[in-house]
Ligand binder design. Structure first.
Ligand SMILES: Cc1cc2nc3c(=O)[nH]c(=O)nc-3n(C[C@H](O)[C@H](O)[C@H](O)COP(=O)(O)OP(=O)(O)OC[C@H]3O[C@@H](n4cnc5c(N)ncnc54)[C@H](O)[C@@H]3O)c2cc1C
Length: 495
């Protein structure tokens, strides 16, 4: 019998993000015999999908679900270090010529706390699973108080039991509208109507092609059925081919202007309707959080649904020792994220990629990818959406840059480069550092640019909305300080 390896001899896998993808990655890396450090900016594992009210505030006791069992198995494992409330704010490649994953810089403690311990982890392999942001396209009045990203409204319900209003209109595109409506109704909010911007024809064409593939997603189908039944019970209309094109109000949202849309999301003239509301929730899909993969040097893949981290059959990125899983490789929902995480963690830990137990995981991963493609086809963002904008419509809410300013900078005869446009208009330079407006500014700039496009500044990589040296906000004092100590030992968790 061979002795089990000593803790310090085990391969050290660092997993960033403890959502469905990251938690599954940690579980399978531990199963493959690695030592794991799992870090998440949140207090508890779960990510966006498993967000709940804490038990100490009356949240549900969940001991029996697959998620609860996995969480216990990972956090109680003797070779796992769980770093709660720990932000990975930078990845550093000390020598870009050297193979191996980058060093991982962390800060532990509340985002607004002082003296947060600062650490540097040196993994043998790194799994990135930081998830996505929800995307909201701008329209006149979207900056008014009372207009929420649907994800934010849902987070308030799931994490705080707060309903954003009594008379809520929910608009945008994608199946995510349904769990948000469900969450709002369960929290006691009145939901006036749910508007899917894509026409029935577009949605049906995306979902009904190869219907047998959907049979492979029983959990999603059951979730969809539950949400639909609740909408029916509360008599909430679900309309397609209609959206919100303007929010109005004196100091906060009081009414929404909705309009019928053509398949390209241009407005059908004369179809406008004004609806009184006290809150408006909007979602136009998700954008992957690409700061960390870009900092690690990973290549991206351009797809019809946007740019994602390119991975091979083992979830390996183009950077040696760096794996990616979950929403950063494609938007396909929690079950797909879990499957990718399981594969990434196993391979990062040095597990045999041909192990028979992986056959089902790989098959499920392929189904997840097929589901992502269908989702993208059924709920695309129509190219004519900028037609909703007016010159005074705010594009970057932090810096209050409007569309007119962006348009004149982008169409400047000198053909300014994206970085110059950013400096000239300040779009993306505020506190959110383009996390909200970045994809929109990049899309509008690319469309408005008078050819030939501006040259990238010499010696710098091409401008990209997610390329920033610091992945998370950090105080200057914290940046200036030297790291506090060595890597934590297993079981020296921060929860
Ligand atoms: C706001 C929002 C709400 C959503 N709600 C639903 C829903 O109700 N139903 C549904 O089917 N799908 C929902 N989704 C889609 C959902 O994200 C996925 O289906 C699933 O949760 C993806 O899993 P993941 O592990 O890839 O990412 P996530 O679940 O997003 O997990 C990523 C984790 O990484 C952590 N993280 C990110 N960056 C860092 C960093 N730099 N340092 C440390 N930790 C970091 C985050 O705190 C988070 O816990 C939602 C998405 C968003 C953006």
């Amino acid at each position: 019998m061979t002795a089990a390896p000593r803790t310090e001899d085990r391969r050290h896998v660092v997993v960033v993000g403890a959502g469905p993808a990251g938690l599954a990655a940690a579980g399978s890396a531990l199963a493959a015999g690695a030592r794991v450090t799992l870090a998440d900016a949140a207090e508890r594992p779960g990510g966006q999908y498993h967000r709940t009210l804490p038990e100490e505030f009356g949240g549900p006791r969940d001991g029996g679900s697959h998620f609860a069992r996995l969480r216990r198995r990972v956090l109680d494992h003797p070779h796992c270090t769980w770093l709660a409330e720990t932000s990975v704010w930078a990845l550093e490649r000390p020598d870009p010529e050297q193979p191996g994953p980058p060093r991982v810089h962390t800060l532990t403690g509340p985002a607004d706390g002082n003296d947060r311990p600062r650490r540097v982890l040196t993994p043998d392999a790194l799994v990135l699973a930081p998830g996505a942001h929800d995307r909201v396209l701008p329209f006149p009045g979207w900056e008014l108080p009372g207009v929420y990203a649907a994800g934010a409204a849902q987070a308030l319900v799931k994490g705080e039991r707060l309903a954003v209003g009594d008379d809520v209109l929910l608009a945008g595109s994608g199946p995510f509208l349904l769990p948000v409506a469900t969450a709002l109704l369960t929290a006691g909010a009145g939901v006036r109507e749910v508007l899917e911007a894509n026409t029935p024809k577009t949605v049906a064409a995306g979902w009904t092609r190869r219907p047998w593939q959907l049979a492979a997603q029983p959990a999603k189908a059951a979730e969809l059925a539950r949400c639909t039944a609740l909408l029916v019970r509360h008599r909430v209309p679900y309309r397609m081919g209609r959206t919100v094109i303007e929010a109005r109000g004196d100091g906060r949202v009081e009414e929404a202007v909705t309009a019928r849309l053509r398949p390209d999301w241009s407005v059908v003239p004369g179809s406008e309707r004004t609806v009184p509301v006290d809150a408006l929730c909007v979602t136009h899909g998700f954008t992957p959080q690409l700061e960390l993969p870009l900092a690690a040097g990973c290549a991206l893949l351009r797809t019809p649904a946007g740019e994602f981290v390119a991975v091979d059959a083992d979830q390996r990125t183009t950077m040696p020792g760096v794996y990616a899983a979950g929403e950063i490789t494609g938007i396909a929902g929690a079950p797909a994220a879990r499957t990718e995480g399981a594969l990434a963690g196993w391979c990062a830990a040095g597990g045999d990629p041909a192990a028979p137990a992986l056959h089902r995981v790989r098959r499920n991963r392929e189904r997840g990818r097929a589901f992502a493609a269908r989702l993208a086809a059924a709920h695309p963002v129509g190219p004519a959406w900028p037609g909703w904008l007016r010159p005074e419509t705010v594009i970057c809410r932090c810096e209050e840059t409007d569309y007119g300013t962006l348009r004149s900078a982008a169409t400047d005869a000198s053909g300014a480069a994206p970085r110059v446009i950013k400096l000239a208009t300040r779009a993306g330079l505020g506190p959110c550092q383009a996390r909200i407006c970045g994809p929109t500014v990049a899309e509008l700039t690319a469309r408005l640019h008078s050819p030939p496009p501006g040259r990238p500044a010499e010696g710098l990589p091409p401008a990209a909305p997610h390329r920033r040296p610091l992945a998370q906000p950090i105080r200057l004092g914290e940046l200036a300080r030297t790291p506090d100590g060595p890597e934590p030992d297993p079981k020296e968790s921060t929860a």
